[in-house]
Design a protein around this ligand. Structure first.
Ligand code: PMP
Length: 351
């Protein structure tokens, strides 16, 4: 702590990202990356764009990318905001739309960036506990609030809410901004995007990091009616007019256009997840129902810390969280079938 720090910085507990070790050959199932790699067409687009034009600033409005995203979702470019990963889109959302006289609501447990952003941007937040089965209970959100943010599927549980529940939440709070963070929606969740034309208070955030295999590129986006999107643009332009570099813009555009690659990878991943759940259950793990590219699992016979360390010794990385309510669980990202098999083989040695 320093006398030069602001009060908020002194109290910040920054989000700690998962380990990115430089050791080759590890089975890396700790940060929800996609094992299949980005669209080859998107990689080619990067190669084509990596030339002398990099001396020029990128399009500050990322118009082509926004038009491409809009077309895919049946929206207009004015209903699309893009940023440097959905973390940055979320940060701008907190700054622009979630601070009100009334509190912000989000689940406990959920994505641990939300408390960090709430503190950083001085937003009063109330955490609404999930139930004993880690489900979000809609009735608990029936209280005065200025805004709500919920990931669907939730993180790190992987549990999804049906569209009817999301609609009920958005409809019940016309005076509040409701943000649905759909980082993992493409792995079996129900997207709220079709509700956007009906609800001016709904903002949906998605990312290219998971289902498009571009975690290293840093592209995320928000979809909503123009009024909400304009607020995000105002904040972005007051912060960094060029959040998306030239290579990210062309690659993301090509990745969104490559529907065939997206479908193939996502279907393979869902099949691997279903197989991994069966194998984990056969080893007596309790596995929460997942609609994401990870599973959240615990075992009665060993603590998650013991399992994590024993797996690491065998070259398999998984993730564990310090929060008491979930510290018993391991979050295991879905890898290729070979990677999942290595995880299971390692667990059989350990248990
Ligand atoms: N939302 C949720 C719920 C997440 O788990 C993540 C990944 N850590 C993100 C947003 C951010 O993803 P990215 O910044 O890579 O788009």
């Amino acid at each position: 702590m320093s006398r030069y720090w602001s009060d908020i910085v002194s109290r910040l507990q920054p989000y700690v990202a998962g380990e990115q070790p430089r050791i080759p050959g590890l089975v890396k199932l700790n940060t929800n990356e996609n094992p299949y790699g980005p669209s080859p067409k998107a990689l080619e687009a990067i190669r084509q764009a990596a030339d002398d034009r990099l001396r020029l600033y990128p399009d500050p409005a990322a118009t082509e990318l926004r038009e491409t995203i809009a077309a895919r979702h049946g929206l207009t470019a004015g209903e699309v905001f893009v940023g440097n990963g959905s973390d940055e889109v979320l940060a701008h959302t907190f700054q622009a739309l979630l601070k009100h006289e009334r509190p912000l609501l989000y689940p406990d447990v959920t994505y641990s960036f939300y408390p960090t952003y709430s503190l950083l941007y001085d937003i009063e937040a109330i955490e609404i506990p999930v139930d004993d089965g880690f489900q979000i209970r809609l009735a608990d959100y029936d209280r005065p609030c200025g805004a709500i943010i919920i990931p669907n599927p939730n993180a790190p549980t992987g549990i999804g809410l049906p569209l009817a529940d999301i609609e009920a939440l958005v409809a019940a709070h016309p005076g509040a901004v409701v943000v649905i963070d759909e980082a993992y929606v493409d792995f079996g969740g129900d997207s709220a995007v079709p509700l956007i034309p009906k609800y001016p208070n709904l903002l949906v955030i998605q990312t290219l990091s998971k289902s498009r295999s571009f975690a290293g590129l840093r592209v995320g986006f928000a979809l909503g009616q123009r009024d909400l999107i304009e607020a995000l643009v105002r904040v972005k332009d007051s912060f960094n007019s060029y959040p998306l570099d030239r290579l990210a813009q062309v690659a993301a555009t090509a990745a969104i256009e490559d529907e065939a690659w997206f479908e193939t990878c996502r279907k393979k991943l869902i099949a691997s997840r279903d197989g991994l759940v069966r194998e984990l259950e056969a080893l007596a793990f309790q596995v929460l129902p997942s609609q994401a590219n990870f599973v959240f699992a615990r075992h009665d016979s060993r603590s998650s810390a013991t399992l994590l360390a024993a797996l690491r010794k065998r070259g398999v990385l998984v993730r564990q969280f310090a929060k008491p309510r979930i510290s018993d669980f391991l979050r295991i990202s879905i890898g290729t079938d070979e990677e999942c098999a290595r995880l299971i083989a390692a667990l059989k040695e350990i248990l």
